[in-house]
Write a protein that binds this ligand. Structure first.
Ligand code: SF4
Length: 484
């Protein structure tokens, strides 16, 4: 089972906020991606962008509603192309499929392209346990592999690292002289990895999309490493979640417009590779074997839940992370598992269980920016509210961790807001109680929790001397008198 630390979200985020280098890295890269996305939308016009989003949503809605049909079609076409499809119920089964291939084919060296699903499965330790050398080849993934860390962003896994930190890491781990010249650092990584691509027996890749009508696996990258992983070794294993299937190449065109623009603001990534089976006789190169591992690992549960089903529409572009005020402050590691940010706050509890990730649905201000940015129009705030409701209504104490005081306050608030007399009495009482702490209409330091947690970092507006209802009554009587 992968290592999950999601129960520590609040502690982890408190630590992250105090890390100035992390804040600097998040600010620079996150806002850079988001600005580039906005510019890319302006270039095509907001109207066209909306049309693309709508088409993408309809394709996803249709495919997820008929997932069994499209997975079967994909299976048939991959098999026709000479590949083998393996369906894995959970992480254990998926890892066992790849481990068996490694053992039976005598694989000594594996090169890997970027694959969030392999992070989800914790595949690397399983393969390393068999004595296999495993090399991440996406530059960001390579950096975090050297640092023995986990990704902190869906698109830029090493986003949390500054240039100086990466320079020091390369110097320590690769034994090269310290340099923070980016081109030189990229050359060092390329040199370290080039020999591994040529020596690898197996290449493992993820998939951005699986095209059912042609039985193709599609990956888009900026480094060309995906192409080397899928074509140089004698065996290629593609490993991905079952929600990645789309019906046709025509549909692929819609997503190829949306994904790079939403992720990095690019019109198209530098490389777009389509793998449709192993090498044919007429091909000059390519793998002798192609295996496609399609992973469920909790996705069926999301599919069966009408309230959470649309989280399977996600194309992992990262746009919702870049715009999220919570992610921007705490970064990806605070979320404790593979999928960070607003979409991670939904996917993680769905995949690992609400009990394991009960803080995450609350890791949001519900401002709605994620929904606005999402190229597939996923209604993230609605799903977060649904998960919050499940948590607070759960009778299981380990799941429902709402403090007793907070529950009592929430009930009192509901009762007061539903009865005008109580509201009026409550307002009068609060006005009296706040006298010792309110100054100039603000409370800078509330004396007790949970309000004191709020005033730790910002002021609390005091209850105004005249309530809305009083102002309304007075204005109304004033206007009546002036008409008499
Ligand atoms: S939820 Fe939407 S914005 Fe967020 S990663 Fe998925 S597709 Fe991108």
């Amino acid at each position: 089972m992968p290592q999950i630390k999601t129960q520590d979200f609040f502690d982890a985020s408190a630590l992250s906020i105090k890390d100035p280098e992390l804040r600097q890295a998040l600010q620079r890269v996150g806002t850079g991606f988001d600005n580039a996305r906005r510019e890319a939308i302006d270039e095509v016009s907001a109207e066209v962008w909306e049309q693309w989003r709508e088409s993408a949503r309809q394709i996803k809605e249709h495919t997820i509603d008929h997932l069994d049909y499209y997975l079967e079609l994909l299976h048939d076409n991959v098999t026709k192309n000479g590949g083998q499809v393996h369906f894995a119920r959970d992480a254990e089964q998926a890892n066992a499929i790849v481990a068996n291939l490694v053992k039976s084919k005598g694989v000594k060296i594996v090169t890997k392209g970027k694959s969030m699903v392999s992070e989800e499965l914790s595949l690397n330790p399983v393969l390393e346990g068999l004595g296999t050398e495993v090399y991440e080849t996406d530059l960001g993934e390579y950096i975090i592999q050297l640092a023995n860390e986990t990704p902190s962003h869906l698109v830029a896994p090493a986003l949390h690292k500054t240039k100086a930190q990466v320079a020091q890491l390369f110097s320590d781990k690769l034994g090269v002289p310290y340099t923070d010249d980016i081109e030189e650092m990229a050359r060092v990584a390329r040199e370290a990895l080039r020999g591994k691509f040529l020596a690898a027996d197996m290449g493992i890749s993820g998939a951005n999309f699986l095209v059912a009508e042609t039985g193709s696996l599609v990956i888009i990258t900026n480094e060309g490493n995906g192409r080397l992983c899928t074509s140089a070794p004698r065996i290629h294993v593609g490993i991905t979640g079952m929600e990645k299937v789309i019906p046709s190449l025509h549909d692929l065109a819609v997503f190829l417009r949306l994904l790079p623009r939403s992720a990095t603001g690019q019109r198209l990534t530098s490389y777009m590779s389509m793998v449709s089976g192993p090498r044919r006789e007429s091909d000059e190169d390519g793998p002798e074997e192609f295996h496609l591992v399609i992973v469920d690992n909790g996705r069926s549960k999301m599919l069966a839940d009408p309230k959470l089903r649309e989280s399977l529409y996600c194309i992992r572009c990262g746009a919702c992370l870049n715009i999220c005020p919570v992610y921007q402050k705490v970064g990806g590691h605070a979320y404790g598992w593979v999928y960070p940010g607003p979409i991670g706050a939904i996917v993680t509890p769905s995949l690992v269980g609400l009990k394991q990730a009960k803080d995450l649905p609350f890791a949001s201000s519900l401002c709605g920016a994620c929904r606005e940015a999402c190229p597939v129009k996923i209604n993230i705030p609605r799903m977060l509210l649904h998960l919050r409701q499940e948590l607070t209504e759960s009778s299981e104490p380990a799941v429902n961790s709402t403090p007793a005081l907070e529950s009592i306050l929430a009930r009192c608030y509901t009762a007061t807001m539903s009865h005008p007399t109580l509201l009026s009495m409550g307002t009068k009482l609060l006005k009296l109680l706040q006298i010792p702490v309110a100054r100039n209409g603000r409370i800078q330091k509330a004396p007790f929790a949970p309000l004191s947690r709020w005033t730790r970092s910002r002021d609390l507006p005091a209850v105004p001397q005249r309530s809305f209802r009083e102002i309304w009554r007075q204005e109304l009587s004033g206007s009546n008198q002036s008409h008499q």
